[in-house]
Design a protein around this ligand. Structure first.
Ligand SMILES: Cc1ncc(COP(=O)(O)O)c(C=O)c1O
Length: 258
């Protein structure tokens, strides 16, 4: 593959190589060369490119109704809501399909947590990547994402990831007792505003380094959230829809968010 170059009409760097078609696991360039796309686009095409069932559904819907205000019921939205509820963790009883990006989904979940608790502050992990909007850039970890922008969401607190290979507390997973959860007590008591509404985590931090938390981390985090009446939000943008072997990674780790 050629290295990225700046193209004048775009804000971001793109490869000189032009892709013209996708089918299954393959992408095809304009010279007809086929490439296996090991990342399924940006990890978002769980069914691969141009799955015939997906294409047929899109084509059929185009002839019926391509947009409708959410004030009315419609079959595709109702069907999606029902299917999502059927596969979601058991405590999830409602869906909110009025979002079109991961960032707005996360912001919606945070608004729900703030509304339910009457509190405002949000805890996230050092290496989290939660989206590109102003609020999500601000809540995400990693200084490099924020450095170019003079933005700060005032109510956010970042805590160490469950990253055993580079443990912030220099412990071993066999004997640490999940110190990275216990220590959130200290952050809560000494570094927060005292008004924490939610902790938002990716069950497996994707862009942060595909960090799989050690066994027992999530049950302990769940118990921590219950104790402090803090909402536990899972950002499953990268882990959801079957990518960890379950529809949602929450099921993989045996915990329910909220
Ligand atoms: C884990 C995670 N959360 C949230 C987002 C934000 O999604 P979007 O770019 O659709 O706003 C992304 C992707 O950028 C992501 O990987």
């Amino acid at each position: 593959m050629e290295t990225a170059i700046e193209v004048e009409s775009l804000y971001y760097p793109v490869s000189r190589q032009k892709m013209v078609r996708g089918e299954g696991i393959y992408l095809y360039d304009e010279d007809g060369n086929a490439y296996i796309d090991c990342a399924s686009a940006t990890f978002n095409l769980s069914l691969g490119y141009s799955h015939p069932v997906v294409l047929a559904a899109i084509r059929a819907q185009l002839d019926e109704l391509i947009h409708i205000t959410s004030s009315f019921r419609s079959d595709p939205v109702s069907a999606l809501a029902e299917r999502l509820l059927a596969v979601a963790p058991a405590n999830m009883r409602k869906v909110h399909p009025k979002v079109c990006s991961g960032s707005s989904a996360n912001e919606g979940a945070i608004k729900m947590a703030q509304y339910a608790t009457g509190r405002s502050e949000i805890i996230t992990l050092f290496r989290s990547h939660l989206g590109q909007t102003m609020m999500m850039t601000s809540l995400s970890g990693n200084a490099f994402r924020k450095a170019p922008f003079p933005l700060v969401y005032p109510g956010s607190l970042h805590v160490p990831d469950p990253y055993c290979k580079r443990c912030f507390y220099e412990k071993e997973p066999s004997s640490c007792g999940h110190l990275c959860v216990d220590r959130i007590e200290d952050f809560l008591e000494y570094a927060s505003s005292g008004r924490v509404a939610a902790i938002i985590v990716e069950p497996i931090s994707g862009n942060g380094g595909n960090i799989v938390p050690p066994d027992g981390y999530f049950p302990k985090l769940r118990a921590f959230c219950d104790k402090h009446e803090i909402v536990l939000i899972f950002d499953e943008i990268q882990t959801g829809i079957g990518r960890t072997g379950h529809i949602f990674a929450a099921q993989h780790f045996g915990v329910e968010p909220v």
